[in-house]
Design a protein around this ligand. Structure first.
Ligand code: PEP
Ligand code: MG
Length: 316
């Protein structure tokens, strides 16, 4: 019965008093589209394009092959938003032709945008394929770069998008604390931000996301992480630009309310979480979300932050 109630309640994400919070899907490719549509996703907030590159780690897939995959995703959301992330190789996702073999600390090495700037032909092919895929479609395409550290990174990415003739919004992921701290300067170059809270937690706490022994520090309820989310969202609001969340944090219904209260403008998650996040958001006003966010930031641990937000959101 619970499941039926959840799937019956589709429709746009919003708080009980109508503050809109678009609920988008994280996908790895066209195979994930049916689940996203079934969950009532309003678009794609993170298309991890890495999957296209996994078949052959010695070279990039052809422009035609990429174009077909991008087109399938864009066609699934003719009226919606689709946010495509350019290749995020390196660290936990090494590719032979891009990733240096002998890095002592791969997570701190040449990964994400860094490897694309070292191999501009790979980035160019991907952007050209995206431009071709979007041609003639009314879809609202957004393209973003992973692992943007500073304004120079954001500018290099935006320049590459322009050079490829891409008609889309260009954005930067906020996954490195420097990007959150200086979000305003990054926004001089790009039109939106998207918080990758998985990596942002890893780099904020110097805690490898693949090492279970430090998982306590990977908890997205950590107040330090919430502070960086707030900084990014405030910078975007000041510039009249959007700042979404596409890390795991968005999939926790209670935390989704807190993120809403912190001022983020969309939430993207695995499709399975969308109905739960939609249902929880719909039970609270925006002011309550703001109070929960303040309460979560006023304490000093993830556990206390969770309890503080829970107290605010259940005591109404
Ligand atoms: C993140 O880091 O939060 C993110 C969304 O990207 P990925 O998990 O693919 O690194
Ligand atoms: Mg990431």
């Amino acid at each position: 019965a619970r499941k039926a109630a959840l799937s019956a309640a589709k429709g746009p994400g919003a708080t009980s008093d109508g503050h809109r919070m678009p609920l988008l899907a994280n996908i790895g490719g066209p195979a994930d589209l049916p689940a996203a549509l079934e969950a009532g996703a309003e678009g794609v907030g993170l298309f991890r394009t890495e999957f296209l590159f996994l078949d052959d780690s010695t070279r990039a897939p052809s422009e035609e092959k990429q174009l077909a995959a991008y087109r399938a995703v864009l066609e699934a959301f003719p009226e919606g938003r689709v946010v495509v992330r350019v290749l995020d190789a390196g660290a936990d996702k090494p590719l032979d032709f891009l990733t240096p073999a002998d890095e002592p600390n791969p997570a701190l090495g040449v990964r994400g945008l860094r490897s694309l700037l070292d191999h501009p032909e790979v980035l160019r092919t991907q952007l050209t394929a995206l431009a071709g895929a979007a041609e003639g479609l009314p879809v609202y395409l957004e393209v973003m770069a992973p692992m943007v550290a500073d304004r120079a990174d954001a500018k290099a990415f935006a320049d590459a998008c322009r050079e490829a003739g891409l008609r889309a919004k260009f954005g930067a992921m906020v996954e490195i604390p420097s990007a959150a701290l200086r979000a305003r300067s990054i926004l001089r170059e790009v039109e939106f931000l998207s918080l990758g809270t998985n990596d942002l937690a890893q780099y904020t706490f110097a805690a490898d996301r693949q090492v279970g022994a430090v998982s306590r520090l990977q908890d997205p309820w950590q107040p330090a992480l919430l502070d960086l989310v707030a900084l990014s969202a405030e910078a975007a609001a000041a510039e009249g630009k959007s700042c979404g969340v596409c890390g795991e944090a968005a999939a926790d219904p209670l935390l989704a309310c807190v993120l809403t209260g912190l001022g983020v403008t969309s939430l993207s998650m695995g499709a399975a979480s969308i109905p739960y996040v939609r249902a929880t958001l719909a039970k609270h006003t925006f002011a309550q979300c703001e109070r929960a966010a303040s309460a979560a930031r006023a304490v000093d641990s993830a556990e206390e932050a969770r309890l503080a937000a829970q107290a605010v959101l259940s005591g109404e």
